[in-house]
Design a protein. Structure first.
Length: 204
């Protein structure tokens, strides 16, 4: 794997590392806000070990690395680039080991529990209208998520409680308070126009 470019994002403490191979399998994004959430992800654990790295967001062909305000950006960039470019050497082996781990009894059960815990839809009742939730997600996929991905971020729907949509920002967007409220209002306006004028968007 080769890091083809390192791009700034609207969040001054987050950068996109663009690579020449897909970072998310089957189009699934991955977002980690702390090292404990990355158990079983060899690459993420390695990146969290870099001093100053705060959160990680894997999407398409890039990973967004958010760092603390005091982090040495050059040092973070050099170490993250080295990790990314050396990871694929053992990537398939690590993937096979993970699949093997999922297959064995107690280990697989523990992973299943973790995934249930990490998936907010399993703990927050969706409520509302499943058809509306489906329309909302389709609209977000079409109009919102591509723009956020361009800035190194993403958007997760946590649930629909009546006419209140609960969301969480990922990647660069997740730690960029200056743009969060404006983006959330734009998403709410879009959903009120396209789906239901009574919809309200809130942060989870």
């Amino acid at each position: 794997m080769k890091v083809t470019s390192i791009l700034p994002t609207p969040n001054p403490n987050a950068f996109k590392f663009v690579v020449d191979q897909p970072m998310a399998r089957n189009g699934q994004t991955k977002s980690y806000s702390k090292p404990e959430e990355a158990r079983g992800d060899v690459l993420a654990i390695g990146l969290f070990a870099v001093p100053g790295v705060e959160t990680l967001f894997f999407c398409d062909n890039f990973v967004t690395v958010s760092m603390t305000a005091k982090a040495d950006w050059r040092g973070v960039a050099e170490q993250c680039t080295r990790l990314l470019e050396s990871h694929i050497d053992d990537g398939e082996e690590a993937a096979m080991a993970m699949h093997a781990g999922h297959g064995c009894g107690s280990h697989g059960h523990a992973h299943g529990h973790d995934h249930a815990h990490d998936n907010p839809l399993s703990t927050i009742p969706q409520g509302g209208d499943p058809e509306m939730l489906s329309r909302i997600n389709a609209l977000l996929d079409d109009r919102v998520r591509p723009a956020l991905a361009g800035d190194g971020g993403g958007l997760q729907v946590l649930g629909l409680d009546g006419k209140t949509l609960v969301i969480r920002y990922q990647g660069a967007c997740g730690s960029c308070p200056s743009s969060t409220s404006g983006t959330m209002m734009a998403i709410q306006n879009l959903l009120q126009t396209e789906v239901d004028e009574e919809l309200v968007v809130t942060m989870g």
